[in-house]
Design a protein around this ligand. Structure first.
Ligand code: ZN
Length: 178
C-alpha cells in the first residue's frame, strides 16, 4: 500500500487497541511502521510539521492533538505530550492537566462535528499492554457510533485513507476553534 508507505512519518499507532477489535484491519496495518529508534518517533516529529502536513488538530502548551494514522473509527484522535516519554507517572502536573483538558475538548468537538454516540478513551502503557509506539505515550480518543463495526470494513478497503484523514483533520481543526 504505497499510501501508507508514503505517510510513514505521520503519527500512527498500529496497536492492540485496533487489533483486538478490528482484526479485518490487519491487512492494512501489517506494514511495520514502528519506529526503531527515538529519532524516528512519529509523535515527536508530527508537531514539528505544519498542522495539515502532520495531521495535527490542535496544539496546547505541553501537549497536542493529532489524527491517528491507523484509525479504529473515523475521528480517532491521539493526545500526546510534546515531551518524549513513555510512562504516565512521569508526566508533570502541567502535562497531566493539559492532556486531560485536550481530551475533554476533543470529545466536545467530535460530538459537535460527528454526533458520536460514545467514546473509548485510554492509554496502553508498554508493548505488553498493546502500545504500538510504547516509547511516546499517547491517549486514544475513539468516537463510537451504533453500527460502526459495519462501516469500518468499507473504510479499511479504501486506498485514500491519508486523504480522508486530512479531510477529517481540517474539519476537526476548524471546529476546535469555534
Ligand atoms: Zn517521541
Amino acid at each position: 500500500m504505497p499510501e501508507v508507505e508514503s505517510t510513514d512519518a505521520l503519527a500512527g499507532v498500529p496497536d492492540a487497541f485496533q487489533r483486538l477489535w478490528t482484526p479485518h484491519r490487519m491487512v492494512y496495518i501489517q506494514g511495520d511502521l514502528k519506529p526503531t529508534h527515538p529519532g524516528e518517533c512519529p509523535f515527536c516529529s508530527a508537531p514539528r510539521r505544519e498542522d495539515a502536513d502532520g495531521l495535527v488538530v490542535a496544539r496546547g502548551t505541553y501537549a497536542y492533538v493529532v489524527m491517528n494514522l491507523f484509525p479504529y473509527s473515523p475521528g480517532h484522535l491521539l493526545v500526546c505530550p510534546y515531551r518524549h516519554l513513555s510512562d504516565y507517572p512521569d508526566l508533570t502536573p502541567e502535562e497531566t492537566v493539559e492532556i486531560a483538558q485536550l481530551t475533554q475538548r476533543a470529545m466536545r468537538v467530535i460530538r459537535r462535528v460527528s454526533g458520536a454516540q460514545g467514546f473509548n478513551i485510554g492509554m496502553n502503557m508498554g508493548e505488553v499492554a498493546g502500545a504500538g509506539i510504547a516509547m511516546h505515550l499517547h491517549q486514544h480518543i475513539v468516537p463510537r457510533w451504533t453500527g460502526d463495526m459495519n462501516f469500518l470494513p468499507i473504510v479499511a478497503r479504501t486506498r485514500a485513507l491519508p486523504q480522508l484523514l486530512g479531510d477529517a483533520r481540517d474539519l476537526l481543526a476548524a471546529a476546535w476553534e469555534e
